[in-house]
Ligand binder design. Sequence first.
Ligand SMILES: Nc1ncnc2c1ncn2[C@@H]1O[C@H](COP(=O)(O)OP(=O)(O)OP(=O)(O)O)[C@@H](O)[C@H]1O
Ligand SMILES: [Mg+2]
Length: 295
Amino acid sequence: MIVCDSLVKIYKTKEVEVLALQGLDLTVNRGELMAIIGKSGSGKSTLMNIVGGLEVPSAGRIIVDGQNLAEFTERQMVQYRKKQIGFVWQKSGRNLFPYLTSLENIEAPMLAIHKSAKKRREKAEELLALVGMEHKRGSYPAQMSGGEQQRVAIAVALANEPEILLADEPTGAVDTKTSSNIQDLFRKLNRELGLTIIIVTHDMKLAHKVDRVVMISDGKISTEKILKQHYRDMLDQLESPDMTDETHEEYSVLDKAHRVQLSDDMLAAAGIDTNKVKVRIEDGRVVIEAEEKKE
Ligand SMILES: Nc1ncnc2c1ncn2[C@@H]1O[C@H](COP(=O)(O)OP(=O)(O)OP(=O)(O)O)[C@@H](O)[C@H]1O
Ligand SMILES: [Mg+2]
């Protein structure tokens, strides 16, 4: 559904140039529920903004649903942002109009799509029920908790029935329990609506509840973790098992030039502390080890 091909993003300011993405490759399948993790400044929001059509890459290609975003006219881009993508931001202030009620907030993005007010109201009621917020239909954002506002924000993002939901740290400002409820909601939307969802998060607990976790470091994907089938089945039965590191298998990602990135933990465990390693093939495996120390 989404193919990022050697994406590069350079921000130029008066004094400096920042290389936010450095040749990032990523493929997201239709109906996937995935998380992106990585240190502050690693390029996560930059990637989300490029996928959402809010920013243009400096080099590389982004293809969504077979369409190269670079080839869109301005009008097509506006349509793409409005209809194909739903956004949820960390700060609920960016998601909701303070002077509109929950229902009105959900109706607002539909103005461009549905002419009939009755139809908008029906659809808004439906979405409010989907996110479990019917009881707050007449409340203004300031009258709701952070978690409640985020649920309404998710309904707003879904108003125009997007195929892709992008959430940039949606649970950054709520407590653990609320965060867990929102995670379950993402999973439900993914399973029930077949929505493709990408969530940026710092929260490892949340990252453990998705099918795939990719880690960005220095503007590139470095490792991927894929949820083991056994845990996937348990989650689908909504038993909500305690997610630990055991639930996912970790993969390092080969880039186009066949380079692979190793984590600090791996290097430490293998006793590699210089920038030279020995690489050899052993029984069909690639073995990387520390260079022999000269006495
Ligand atoms: N508009 C901009 N102008 C200049 N530099 C920018 C701009 N936006 C982002 N950057 C820089 O690009 C790099 C990547 O930023 P980005 O916001 O994508 O990181 P992030 O992974 O989302 O971080 P965080 O976890 O803190 O949200 C950072 O070094 C940041 O300072
Ligand atoms: Mg960010």
